[in-house]
Design a protein around this ligand. Sequence first.
Ligand code: PMP
Length: 353
Amino acid sequence: MYEHYWQQVGEKTTVVIRGWQHMSYFSDVSNICWFLEPELAEEIARVHRVVGNAVTEGRHIIVGTGSSQLFLAALFALSPRDGPEPVSVVSQAPFYSSYPSMTDCLKSGLYKWAGDAQSYSKEGPYIELVTSPNNPDGNVRRSVVNRSEGTLVHDLAYYWPQYTPISSPADHELMLFTVSKSTGHAGMRIGWALVKDQEVARRMIKFIELNTIGVSKDSQLRAAKVLKAVSDSSEHGGTWEGVESFFKFSYRVMAERWKLLREAVNSSRIFSLPEFPPAHCNFLNRVFEPQPAFAWLKCERDIDDCESFLRGHKILARGGKHFGVSPKYVRVSMLDRDNNFNLFVKRLSTIHL
Ligand code: PMP
């Protein structure tokens, strides 16, 4: 979906790296996150200032190979060192399907997946993952367990104005962001964490050191250039040297796609979609309804396995059981290329019982 925009931007985001450049492991030994490129740190702080979606003052910025690596770094850093058993990791269902598999993949002695946060009642320490807006259903989320022994990880991959109204700058202890969903550059593998507590930040940095001895400098420099373009285009308001503002473009595409999808769903009478309350976005200065990166589609009537039903109509989607809920739901990406998205809507609108 974002390719069109970056084609318009053209050479402004081209990066040239010569064979002799950026060869060292180190980026800035004066920074606690010694493998973070200063240019990237600057553009991360700037884009949050421009968009107003997160507080960066008084935070340590930690770069990761995608926010996926930072998610594991956060679990490592937040787990009690000498607990009698692995700490429970919970998230309200439906939750991002990678959380359980990433948490349990190494059968860690430090942390263990414990399922839906809403039914979690065990005493003692726990880690709650709060994804807002949520993957897969797009809802704005808050923590649900709310006990003093808990620590929170806020995964804010989708807290950007093309998906949801930016109501205030997020101001949590540990927040995760990624270029994958903000600018569309998932293949760059760059994410960042904003961390208040210095000891937690130190442990996360240690994890990345043990895991990959830092993060690709080539990717960090490319990410800095892309984020700079996002901020430059936003600051110019209308157009930026003939190019539209990044968020105006992406908001418009998402709005158009949601309109087409809702029309198709309404005409089929077999499916339903969540409804979202409108809210004011301080960045776009308008009131709008969330238009999530995923459609959380429910098969109504007596269709119990929505994933298989759709597969029978040549539509690939991920079933609800991967997200800890009923197979009557599926998650469909709204971010594919125009051709695929249009084909999806067309196929959906022709399904009749
Ligand atoms: N968190 C959420 C909620 C996501 O949806 C995704 C991507 N699907 C990620 C994290 C992973 O992002 P990254 O590509 O930065 O590893």
